[in-house]
Ligand binder design. Structure first.
Ligand code: DQA
Length: 146
């Protein structure tokens, strides 16, 4: 039976396409979702693709992925990635569910406040700076672990 991967997106990612296109590119979040659905079909994976501007909703969805025995999580936590102990703890709470952190931009080449990730220490890996391709590469990586 096909396994499910949760693809979770944090604050302001609903603005992709309009938001700072010089940094984040011209694709909308719906375009990225379509790319993920195409790649998931090839990899025989099901996906739950979600976005919220609210930290608690992201925590709820990480817990849901654990309860529903999802095969993994791809998360672009947006700015919460730099600040959220709650997301860090939620990921620890669903261990050993594998989590891959994705950022469209290269957070290490940007302002110092973006260099820290609260997610990276509890993720199996992190992809940043590769734009929307980071999402499909993360799906490939999770599929390879199954
Ligand atoms: C981001 C990087 C974060 O620093 C920023 O707050 C975002 C987007 C990215 O995808 O590059 O909202 O997660």
């Amino acid at each position: 039976m096909a396994k499910t991967i949760y693809i979770l997106n944090g604050p302001n990612l609903n603005m992709l396409g309009k938001r700072e296109p010089g940094i984040y590119g011209g694709k909308t979040l719906s375009d990225i979702e379509a790319d993920c659905r195409k790649r998931a079909a090839v990899l025989d994976l099901l996906i739950e693709f979600r976005q919220s501007n609210h930290e608690g909703a992201l925590v709820d969805w990480i817990q849901e992925a654990g309860e529903k025995e999802a095969a993994g999580i791809v998360i672009n936590p947006g700015a919460y990635g730099h600040t959220s102990i709650a997301l860090h703890d939620a990921i620890r709470a669903v261990d050993p569910l594998p989590v891959i952190e994705v950022h469209l931009s290269n957070i290490h080449a940007r302002e110092p406040f973006r260099h820290q990730s609260m997610i990276a220490p509890v993720a199996v890996g992190m992809i940043c700076g590769l734009g929307p391709m980071g999402y499909t590469l993360a799906l490939e990586a999770l599929a390879a672990r199954l």
